[in-house]
Design a protein around this ligand. Sequence first.
Ligand code: AMP
Length: 420
Amino acid sequence: MSTFQAPKGTYDLLPPDSAKYLAVREAIATPLRDSGYGYVETPGFENVELFARGVGESTDIVTKEMYAFETKGGDRLALRPEGTASVLRAALEANLHKAGNLPVKLWYSGSYYRYERPQKGRYRHFSQVGAEAIGAEDPALDAELIILADQAYRSLGLRNFRILLNSLGDKECRPVYRAALQDFLRGLDLDEDTLARAEINPLRVLDDKRADVQKQLTDAPLLRDYLCDACKAYHVEVRELITAAGVAFEDDLKLVRGLDYYTRTTFEFVHDGLGSQSAVGGGGRYDGLSEMIGGPALPSVGWALGVDRTVLALEAEGVELELPAATSVFAVPLGEGARRLLFAKVTELRKVGIAADFAFGGKGLKAAMKAANRSGARYALVLGERDIADGVVQLKDMESGEQVAIGVNEIVAELEVRLS
Ligand code: AMP
């Protein structure tokens, strides 16, 4: 072991497990790419104000969990705790919304950082794949994103997840509800912190996980009863479109989520095999965010799915991903002459697109065949001094154990046929 260890709340992805993470990212990205979402990448850190304004001054993410720091040049930056604010910032900065092609649909994949108390499924460095559809108010867009997330999870073989859905209203109806909820909360027996939160962001009190708080919230006013006609109609259509797509969901009238920018459609994907950190992904509509960070009015909707928790969910369900072996052919040279010849063949194989690897380090036959086995390759190429003299290479089928001698000049074509 070295003197150093991964920082608290982080972990390393190493083979073979790391292949699962790549597969999960790919499975989430595929339906997005197929639906007109273009790839966006933004820096790992941003001006701290972007998150303070975008995510919300009173949220746990901003007050407690952000890795904020001052640079030597005096800039106040923060490691990104989430993706939406950055992606919207990037789209606005590049004037993508002015290109006359709304909505701008973007997807991303990357690392996020929150200074949280680490536990299973909750890390200080984690990975998300996200999607944002910027600049259109259309229930079909909200529905599209929910349907695509469902499709991504199902393509991985996940079954025991649920989609929770709610509407948070808009700038017309939410303030009325907010005041009513505040009135209700002021009458409860709550600790000082929670009462303070009720003053700043009462909706988030609904999200309190403590049983004694939840008990008092049983009769809390529900946003559903305060939705204006436009929000009601919007929500009805989102529900109908999802239902028509055959995607099951549950209404969760107390779902608010931890970020301030959500309006109208709000949803979360939860997995019941994960214990307390059950949210595998979430998102919603954020019609006011663009204006909050200095842009024009751009109604938008998006989600982020957690890669770490999706992998945990797969493990909880016992789903084994079908991961193709990384290597198709493993070359085993016996002796110096064989080394040069076979190394050249490996390069040739790679050029025609066959995944090939080589027994490096001058291993003997036994150790080299072990390495071939471990690589998962379907075929091994073994070359000894006698084979060189005969102008052949031994092709071993690692599944059947069958071995044949093939002319050195025919081997690439032979493998292309066998692997096609
Ligand atoms: P949020 O932005 O909090 O809605 O997060 C979206 C998704 O990212 C969650 O559903 C989780 O899957 C994942 N996520 C958020 N925070 C963490 C964390 N600290 N550790 C691991 N995954 C996280």
